[in-house]
Design a binder for this molecule. Structure first.
Ligand code: DQA
Length: 147
């Protein structure tokens, strides 16, 4: 059976392409999904790619990933900096998770410097734009292979 990876995207990432292109680039979320699907084919894994503007959806999807023993690549977007609910969900599901951000959150406003997710992540990738998603998928597959 193929390894399954949930790729979860938080609020406002449905606006990519139109949203602050100087920071997030011109790539849309559909473009990122296509990139991830191509990479998943190359890596021989299957992906579930989702986005929501609602915190509870992300909580439920993390729980679902845990039940399915799927790995998780997550861009929690603004919930990175606010969500104890996502932190708790990741702890409870004990999923293997990589956190990704398009921008370098540490080079931006101070309120973006703290993440409620990072302490539970195997690793954090930020500042490499859409390439970060590909890096994250590769990292997760490597982690799974080394278990
Ligand atoms: C983001 C960074 C967050 O601070 C921000 O709230 C986002 C996107 C990124 O991918 O760079 O919505 O997660």
């Amino acid at each position: 059976m193929k390894q399954s990876i949930f790729i979860l995207n938080g609020p406002n990432l449905n606006m990519l392409g139109k949203r602050e292109p100087g920071i997030y680039g011109a790539t849309t979320l559909s473009d990122i999904e296509a990139l991830c699907r191509a990479e998943a084919d190359a890596l021989g894994c299957e992906i579930v790619f989702r986005q929501s503007n609602h915190e509870g959806d992300l909580v439920s999807w993390i729980q679902e990933a845990g039940e399915q023993k799927a790995l998780v690549l997550i861009n929690p977007a603004a919930y990175t900096h606010t969500s104890i609910a996502l932190h708790d969900a990741i702890r409870a599901a004990s999923v293997t998770l990589v956190e990704v951000h398009l921008s370098n959150i540490h080079a931006r406003e101070p309120f973006r410097h703290h993440s409620y997710i990072s302490s539970l992540a195997k690793g954090v990738i930020c500042g490499f734009g859409v390439d970060g998603y590909v890096m994250g998928l590769r990292a997760l597959i490597k982690l799974a292979a080394s278990k």
